[in-house]
Design a binder for this molecule. Structure first.
Ligand SMILES: [Zn+2]
Length: 180
């Protein structure tokens, strides 16, 4: 957690984010900046599907893609769309602690039984489903994953700013992830 840098004042926003749409996101969410009116998206947010997270941002401010672990590898066309058609120049990639995509293997039995009981799947099919997809969504460690996904997105979209952030579910605040 010492790789996280908090934002309790505008001065604590990293210089590379200040006066960008990422800085605005951090000000809106962490510092209760007064909402401005937007007619066009200013950035793309990639974040986990987890139900414990909610961003405090103005209407129309951001495209948001939610996927397990903030993993955008399987949402590439949507990312491209937000950039190409939506005109966004920045991506805020927001992981969070206690993410269910970490150590998925430990929840294999729960997953299989849950799909059988809650959705009416045969257990054998549920197990195949888990075995097929769990390796694609397993992320091992939230911060490491966000940093590697940040690098991947930067090389894929070289003119786009990508900011690795973490949301702590305990205080519902955003933290900057240090990259050095
Ligand atoms: Zn998650």
């Amino acid at each position: 957690m010492n790789r996280l840098s908090p934002i309790t004042s505008k001065e604590e926003i990293f210089p590379q984010y200040r006066d960008t749409s990422v800085g605005l996101l951090l000000e809106y969410h962490n510092l209760s900046r007064e909402y401005e009116t937007y007619t066009q998206a200013q950035l793309l947010v990639g974040m986990c599907m987890d139900n414990r997270k909610h961003l405090h941002i103005p209407d129309n401010f951001a495209y948001i893609i939610r996927a397990g672990g903030a993993n955008l590898r399987y949402s590439e066309f949507k990312v491209s769309y937000a950039i190409a058609v939506g005109g966004v120049k920045s991506i805020a990639l927001i992981g969070h602690n206690n993410c269910g995509m970490v150590n998925l293997v430990a929840r294999k039995e729960i997953f299989i039984n849950g799909l059988a009981e809650n959705a009416g799947w045969e257990k054998e099919k549920a197990e195949q489903h888990f075995n097929q997809f769990a390796p694609m969504f397993e992320i091992e460690n939230e911060i490491d994953f966000i940093l590697s996904e940040t690098q991947r997105l930067r090389s894929r979209y070289p003119k786009i700013q990508v900011a690795p952030l973490l949301y702590l579910v305990e205080d519902n605040l955003l933290y900057q992830i240090k990259e050095d």
